[in-house]
Design a binder for this molecule. Structure first.
Ligand SMILES: *Cc1c(COP(=O)(O)O)cnc(C)c1O
Length: 372
């Protein structure tokens, strides 16, 4: 796909080779028959779903997972052949599309199956039973519920138990007590099924990277580390291979001025210069996802740190420059410049959140540009 034309210099540059490497490295450590489900929900964690999906499949992924039916429709338009799984809940109104377009759906309610069976479908609907083993989000959580759900699906014509799965709440933590409990419950529930479905899958990134290979089952759901980020600080310390972050955020200085000691910058005049200094203006603001809490965060100019000063505006913000620079000077907000790096984890620390959230909050106004 051609990169889109954009005039504003603010852009997220996505390194597709990094994604390729992160998938190939995982593939090399999986048991030979295990499939990789590339998790590309939420616009591929903000990286751009179509290009990430294509790259992940070139590197060895065979199935795409999304969170919502609309994301599945979007994927299907670009990838007519590949397996697509919706991880979240789906309304009954989506059933005819899912059957006609071979979309795999998560299922966890007998009533849903009974409603779905009344829909006008001519091809088999592939269902993945979700078992809630402790995440407390969606899924059947008792043996009876599982039995009844399974029976309802097998009783319906044009419905197939294609998969069974669960999701772990603490796979990225050092303490494995809760995790082990979830594993045991899943294995016990699996025994109740009269026939093993085609795809049993439980592993998220953390599980596939640091847990026993037997938990790979038929497929692993690879999310955060496909993008080059560790699922948690703990997993970061025991990674089986080095990750390559794919996301960087770039812009340029659009204005530079010298201000005198005592002059202020931005709404509320919250920043006042203590001495004469150079201030640069960046064309990025909270409407791009650079929320006001990032005031004080460093950016990189000429390989040097420069802090954001004053309040971040909707479309612009100001930085304190180490010295005078020209308009057009490259500024890196996330990424590496001259060997110096500001990481997504640095932003997550500043924002008191997890790395997952950071690329997701960079809005659609910031074009995603792809490098190979
Ligand atoms: C988002 C999601 C994943 C991917 O999680 P990572 O920690 O990014 O690997 C896997 N499974 C389910 C059900 C999810 O919702």
């Amino acid at each position: 796909m051609e990169n889109i034309q954009c005039f504003r210099p603010t852009k997220a540059v996505i390194d597709l080779q990094a994604i390729r490497d992160n998938v190939v490295h995982l593939k090399n450590m999986l048991q030979p028959e295990v499939q990789i489900i590339a998790v590309v929900k939420a616009n591929a964690y903000g990286h751009g779903d179509i290009e990430v999906a294509r790259t992940a499949m070139e590197a060895g992924a065979t199935i795409l997972a999304v969170a919502t039916p609309d994301e599945a429709v979007h994927m299907r338009e670009y990838f007519p052949q590949v397996g697509i799984l919706v991880l979240g809940a789906t309304p009954i109104s989506f059933v005819p599309y899912a059957a006609a377009n071979d979309i795999m759906l998560a299922v966890f309610s007998q009533e849903w199956v009974e409603q779905a069976a009344k829909q006008n479908i001519d091809r088999s609907l592939k269902l993945h039973i979700k078992i809630d083993t402790g995440m407390g989000r969606i899924g059947v959580s008792t043996r009876d519920e599982l039995q009844q759900l399974y029976d309802a699906i097998t009783a319906a014509s044009h419905m197939l138990v294609d998969g069974v799965f669960t999701h772990f709440a603490t796979a990225d933590e050092e303490d494995t007590k809760y995790f082990d409990k979830q594993v045991k419950m899943f294995k016990d529930f699996l025994q109740l099924l009269p026939k093993k479905p085609r795809l049993v899958h439980v592993a998220n990134t953390a599980t596939s990277l640091i847990k026993d290979a037997s938990l790979q089952f038929d497929a692993v759901r690879y999310g955060i580390s496909m993008y080059g980020l560790a699922p948690s600080p703990y997993v970061e310390t025991i990674l089986p291979f080095p990750l390559r972050p794919a996301f960087s955020l770039q812009t340029e200085l659009v204005y530079v001025k010298k201000i005198k000691a005592g002059q202020s910058v931005g709404y509320g005049a919250t920043y006042t210069a203590e001495e004469d200094c150079y201030v640069g203006t960046l064309p990025i603001g909270y409407a791009d996802g650079m929320i006001r809490k990032l005031c004080g965060q460093n950016v990189l100019v000429d390989g040097k740190f420069a802090p954001i000063i004053g309040r971040i505006c909707m479309d612009q913000c100001m930085i304190l420059l180490p010295t005078a620079y020209n308009i057009g000077e490259k500024v890196t907000l996330i990424g590496t410049q001259q060997g110096v790096t500001i990481s997504i984890d640095d932003w997550a620390g500043k924002l008191e959140t997890i790395n997952y959230e950071v690329p997701c909050i960079i809005t659609n106004r910031v074009p995603r540009i792809y490098s190979n």
